[in-house]
Ligand binder design. Structure first.
Ligand code: LUB
Length: 254
């Protein structure tokens, strides 16, 4: 499995979208942000600890070039998966997009399924970095949860790898490969933060941390999906902000 160093489109709607944000992004080959490894500050809750991804000893130009090529191929695949979905994307189209032969793509990713798994892995590799950044700001657990989801909303709007990972997870029945179980890491992360908030007396009486965490994940997934279908996530940040304000008002102690 390639190390996920670092690249939208969920929606149950299959098939490609012409002239959409995703297509224009696909057309322009917009670079998805490459992830840089972040120092963990306070011990982040379980699922999103920054996992050592690449164990490389010292600079190795050949490996660097290979890693850059893998990222290029992965980003191109993410753009096509976002715009057209797994079924309607061919490895030949990925190769054409990066100016490589199909064989050269298969050298890095032996199958289209391996490409999809790598894209989903990179989707999840975004979150430990987001968490390390928000944790470093030193807010309380409830504020940290609120800012994490606001940061995720921004990533859903801007990051094609996050968008592609979301669409592939919705299309997982069509993908003959072992994909990470969706939603459970975010639920675990938020449940840990809300349990800390409860211990600090920051939760409204009767609010159960894990139930509230599941509700936040369900609300976020719904908000990003509807924003995707209606505006290709152009308004996801605003849509999530209004939902978040309502939910955290219900969760936070008076
Ligand atoms: C998040 C998606 C899309 C959960 O955690 C996940 O698996 C998610 C992709 O499957 O939304 C919401 C924070």
């Amino acid at each position: 499995m390639p190390e996920p160093d670092s690249g939208s489109r969920s929606g149950s709607r299959s098939g490609s979208r012409s002239g959409t944000r995703a297509e224009s992004r696909a057309a322009t080959g917009a670079e998805s942000r490459t992830a840089s490894r972040a120092e963990t500050v306070a011990e982040p809750p379980g699922p999103f600890r920054v996992r050592p991804i690449a164990t490389r000893r010292g600079p190795d130009p050949k490996q660097d070039r290979a890693a850059r090529t893998r990222l290029l191929v992965l980003t191109a695949a993410a753009e096509l998966f976002t715009a057209r979905g797994f079924r309607h994307t061919s490895v030949q189209e990925v190769a054409d997009r990066v100016g490589m032969t199909k064989g050269a793509v298969y050298f890095h990713y032996p199958t289209k399924e391996a490409l999809a798994v790598a894209v989903v892995e990179h989707h999840y590799a975004r979150w430990p970095l987001l968490l390390a950044g928000v944790t470093a700001e030193g807010h309380g657990p409830l504020e940290t949860a609120e800012r994490l989801l606001a940061g995720a909303a921004l990533a859903f709007r801007e990051d094609v790898v996050v968008q592609a990972g979301t669409r592939l997870q919705v299309e997982r029945p069509q993908i003959d490969a072992e994909l990470p179980t969706p939603y459970v890491d975010w639920t675990e992360l938020l449940a840990e933060l809300l349990a800390r908030a409860e211990a600090l007396g920051e939760l409204r009486a009767g609010v159960r941390p894990r139930a509230a965490a599941r509700s936040l994940v369900a609300a976020f997934f719904g908000a990003q999906h509807i924003s995707d279908v209606l505006s290709e996530r152009a308004d996801i940040v605003e849509r999530w902000a209004e939902t978040s304000e309502l939910l955290f008002r219900a969760i936070r102690a008076e």
